[in-house]
Design a protein around this ligand. Structure first.
Ligand code: 13P
Length: 248
């Protein structure tokens, strides 16, 4: 039986004050520890959030990590810096990074490896655009995104990683994949991992992301290969985020 995981991706939202009060409200609202739960605030708030989470069930992650170990990479944050501040997870390859900031399958694979090298659990985001779905290229796109990471880091590296399937057309649009559409891709991803290592495929948490809300979470999370969610908009409201977590 896989443990479920719900992660809030706060993206570039909030102030220090609102980030702290959101984290406080989530910590005080967690009623059960049957599943894992984490938030990914903006980098500059991570240390303050860490103070609030001490001793609670809530973990934190970053929204990105550098593809290099250290050096002259202005504006980047390395995995060892994140390790220094007790970061548990690092999102890599979010579609917003891929489309606005030029992250490629190869640089995402490097980010994934950098996170792992410091014992940080990478949350590898994969997913197709609407155009790619309409051209029936979903599996092909997901394959290329996964293969780049498997080729660089090896299948064994997925022992300590999380995958998030986020169809780009469902992110921030209010348009969720149906339970069956999401399950179809989750099952495919698990099969691709199973072809290389069955025991990792059985264990790996595969999250769904894209307009998950309190009213659609239950159906999605009930699907066989959906092990939780990566939540954007609805994670900025403690009550919604907790409702989603509690629907596991
Ligand atoms: P929304 O939940 O706002 O659609 O965002 C999903 C997402 O991008 C999480 O990483």
């Amino acid at each position: 039986m896989r443990r479920s995981l719900v992660v809030g991706n706060w993206k570039m939202n909030g102030t220090l004050a609102s980030a702290k009060s959101l984290a406080e409200a989530i910590v005080s609202g967690i009623e059960n520890t049957n599943a894992d739960i984490a938030v990914c605030p903006p980098f500059v708030y991570l240390r303050d959030i860490d103070q609030i989470l001490q001793g609670s069930h809530l973990k934190f992650g970053s929204q990105n990590v550098a593809d290099q170990e250290s050096g002259a990479y202005t504006g980047e944050i390395s995995a060892s810096m994140l390790k220094d501040i007790n970061c548990t997870y690092a999102i890599v390859g979010h579609s917003e990074r891929r489309s606005y900031y030029g992250d490629t399958n190869e640089s995402v694979a490097e980010r994934f490896s950098q996170a792992l090298s410091q014992g940080i659990i990478p949350i590898l985001c994969v997913g197709e655009t609407l155009e790619q779905r309409e051209q029936e290229k979903t599996f092909q796109v997901v394959d290329a995104q996964l293969d780049a990471v498997i080729n660089l880091a090896g299948i064994a590296s997925f022992e300590k990683a999380v995958i998030a399937y986020e169809p780009v057309w469902a992110i921030g649009t209010g348009k969720t994949a149906s339970d069956e559409q999401a399950q179809e891709v989750h099952q495919y991803i698990r099969q691709q991992i199973a072809k290389r290592d069955q025991s990792i495929a059985d264990k790996i948490q595969i999250l769904y992301g894209g307009s998950v809300k309190p009213d659609n979470a239950k159906g999605l999370f009930a699907m066989a290969d959906i092990d939780g969610g990566l939540i954007g908009g609805a994670s900025l409201d403690a009550e919604s985020f907790l409702k989603i977590y509690n629907s596991i």
